[in-house]
Design a protein around this ligand. Structure first.
Ligand code: WQD
Length: 345
């Protein structure tokens, strides 16, 4: 049985990917310092899968601690899926050095250990933000990498560049997955997206508004050159994103002749406007949502959505969850959070 190391395993996409890996028959070990996640997530994963996953509480920037982990635990690890990074666009603009150190120094330390212990497969969590404000849509993996919207996005562009150069002299082969907008939660409502403070992202803000935690949603701009004036994004279910990581690890294991570095867009291929997301959510929740229109948000791209042909043809991956599934599971997760908060304030 192949053992996969998941960094950031207690995080939003990391936890859903661990569930998918376990259900696909992989053994999993996690590294997560819980700086942006919670220590009970591994218990929730065990509740879902029946399998205990050990998490090692290590910050990847702490190179001695990471090297000690690999020295003890590298046996049987055939692949690494690297999620552990900060990802708040606004925070990264306010504190770029925090993001460069955490995301890039952490990644370099990890790459050194992967090389030292000759781990053959590496999957990197990248983002559609590397495309900046694309001039033509849908974006393919050959679309130009334009100026990223934030230092967070910069760490994804640089992170991919590190890997492109490294594979030329390393035996490790790499797949970078460029996520569009992952949303929703596991159908069990035991794992999902946690927001620290006021949510930056659209879906958590919508569900917290519906739950009465926020007074109203502000839609950032309605004067964009789109079908209803609001921004267009490619939303996809987090469980579909998780399945893509299993497909990527399997692809690396089954195709020794695959390129040493390759990238895949992870999107549904469909663009939805912000207003369409709000209206679809109202249908799912059965209640009107309080919202108003405000000024544009700095750094927002007008429209971005994926051409997902390459992942479909080469990874055998397509999205299985509908927009309604995304919104329904996001709402169920928010309600579960509210119930657990009310039970344990
Ligand atoms: C989506 C749309 C907002 C909140 C970011 C990162 C990206 C990825 C996903 C990590 C935009 C609008 C939002 C609100 C709104 N993160 N919006 N009111 O900016 O597309 O992508 O998160 O990988 O890398 O850049 O996602 O959810 O923040 O915004 O109107 O209260 O919703 O203007 O048009 P974004 P988002």
């Amino acid at each position: 049985m192949s053992k996969i190391l998941v960094t950031g395993g207690s995080g939003y996409i990391g936890s859903h990917t661990i569930v998918a890996l376990l259900e696909a028959g992989y053994e999993v070990v996690s590294i997560d310092d819980h700086s942006r996640s919670h220590d009970f997530i591994m218990d929730r994963i065990e509740q879902i899968t029946g399998t205990e996953v050990v998490n090692h509480r290590i910050n990847l920037v702490d190179r001695p601690a990471l090297e000690a982990f690999f020295q003890r635990e590298h046996h049987g690890i055939t692949g690494v899926i690297h999620f552990a990074a900060f990802k708040a666009v606004g925070e990264s603009s306010a504190n770029p050095l925090l993001y460069f150190e955490n995301n890039l120094v952490g990644q370099m330390n990890l790459m050194r250990c992967v090389e030292q212990y000759s781990i053959p497969h590496f999957v990197f969590s990248s983002s559609c933000t590397v495309y900046g404000n694309p001039e033509s849509l849908p974006v393919t993996e050959h679309s130009p990498l334009l100026e990223p919207e934030s230092p967070y996005g910069r760490t994804k562009v640089i992170g991919e560049a590190f890997l492109r150069d490294w594979v030329k002299v390393s035996a490790t082969r790499v797949v970078a997955l460029r996520y569009f907008n992952p949303v929703g939660a596991h159908p069990s409502a035991l794992i999902g997206e946690f927001s620290r403070g006021i949510p930056e992202n659209l879906l958590p803000y919508i569900t917290q508004t519906a739950a009465g935690i926020r007074e109203r949603l502000t839609i950032y701009g309605r004067d964009y050159p789109t079908r209803d004036g609001t921004c267009v994004r490619d939303y996809l279910h987090v469980c579909d994103v998780a399945q893509a990581h299993v497909a990527a690890i399997r692809h690396l294991g089954e195709h020794a002749d695959a390129p040493s570095f390759d990238v895949f867009n992870l999107g549904s291929g469909v663009g939805q406007t912000v207003l369409e997301m709000v209206q679809a959510f109202e249908e799912v929740s059965g209640a009107p949502l309080a919202y108003s229109f405000g000024e544009r948000r700095t750094g927002d791209v007008v429209a971005v959505y994926a051409d997902n042909t390459k992942a479909r043809e080469q990874l055998g991956w397509t999205t299985q969850y509908s927009l309604q599934d995304m919104l329904r599971t996001a709402w169920a997760w928010e309600q579960a959070l509210s119930q657990s908060y009310n039970a344990h304030p």
